[in-house]
Design a protein around this ligand. Structure first.
Ligand SMILES: [Zn+2]
Length: 246
């Protein structure tokens, strides 16, 4: 019996390896939250599919996505990936949303998700930043309206190459939309910076919110970024690192 078990386990490990899954790579189920902003769905999903066999995804759109923050649904996924620009939220939805993260559900925030929830200041604390559609006061300081410009070629500097999110990455070129004059919380750990007059200097950072690790990446507007191998590596390592904090 013992030999049979050993044999079966060996077969299982062997078949996992054949499928390209290394036994040590944890399986991570990501929940991609969209809504409130159009995007190229097919190419975006192609990027998600390219992240490796250990990462699987499902996509859910606001407002239906609010149900996934309810306690009974939190076990259905491991990592939240935000690619939404949703604005409308009730007090009850906000409480479930924030509890889900505070209690340890990690998040990777992409691009226009920095522009969501104009009237929910706790969201700025969760993600560690905010693009302002209107003058906004945060912690006693009033910020002007932020701006954006499409189709900019720029160089991304990996300011923290030892961090697990950026390990193995060198400074790289990207063609993307930039945001300027958005708020970045003072306590975040910067990972990526740029010197570009149309942008705020910090374009990637990490922080903790409650028990959850958060990574926020400003890039990710369109197909050139979805196809950028450096961005894909960054996204994969972000998902894996926030997951490990659980
Ligand atoms: Zn955009």
């Amino acid at each position: 019996m013992r030999y049979l078990l050993t044999f079966l386990i060996t077969c299982l490990v062997a078949s996992s390896s054949l499928n390209g899954i290394t036994p040590s790579a944890p399986q991570i189920r990501i929940l991609v939250v969209t809504g409130g902003h159009a995007y190229k769905v097919e190419q975006f999903n192609e990027m998600l599919s390219s992240l490796g066999d250990n990462i699987t995804f499902q996509v859910v759109e606001f407002p239906a996505a609010y149900d996934m923050f309810l306690p009974e649904n939190r076990g259905k996924y491991d990592v939240l990936v935000f690619y939404h620009m949703w604005q409308k939220i009730t007090d009850e939805q906000a409480k479930n949303f924030s509890d889900c993260i505070k209690q340890g559900k990690p998040v990777v925030v992409l691009h226009h998700s920095i522009c969501a929830f104009d009237d929910w200041p706790e969201y700025f604390d969760i993600i560690g930043g905010k693009f302002f559609h209107k003058p906004t006061t945060v912690k006693g300081k009033t910020y002007p309206v932020s701006s954006y410009i499409h189709d900019i070629h720029f160089n991304v500097k990996v300011s923290n190459p030892k961090h697990p999110v950026t390990k193995g990455l060198k400074d790289f070129e990207i063609f993307d939309e930039t945001y300027k004059d958005y708020y970045v919380e003072a306590g975040v750990t910067p990972l990526l910076t740029i010197v570009e007059q149309t942008s705020t200097p910090i374009i990637g950072w990490t922080k903790k919110y409650g028990k959850a690790r958060i990574v926020t990446l400003q890039s990710g507007h369109d197909v050139p970024t979805f196809e950028n191998p450096n961005f894909r590596k960054l996204l994969k390592q972000s998902i894996e690192w926030v997951y490990k904090g659980k």
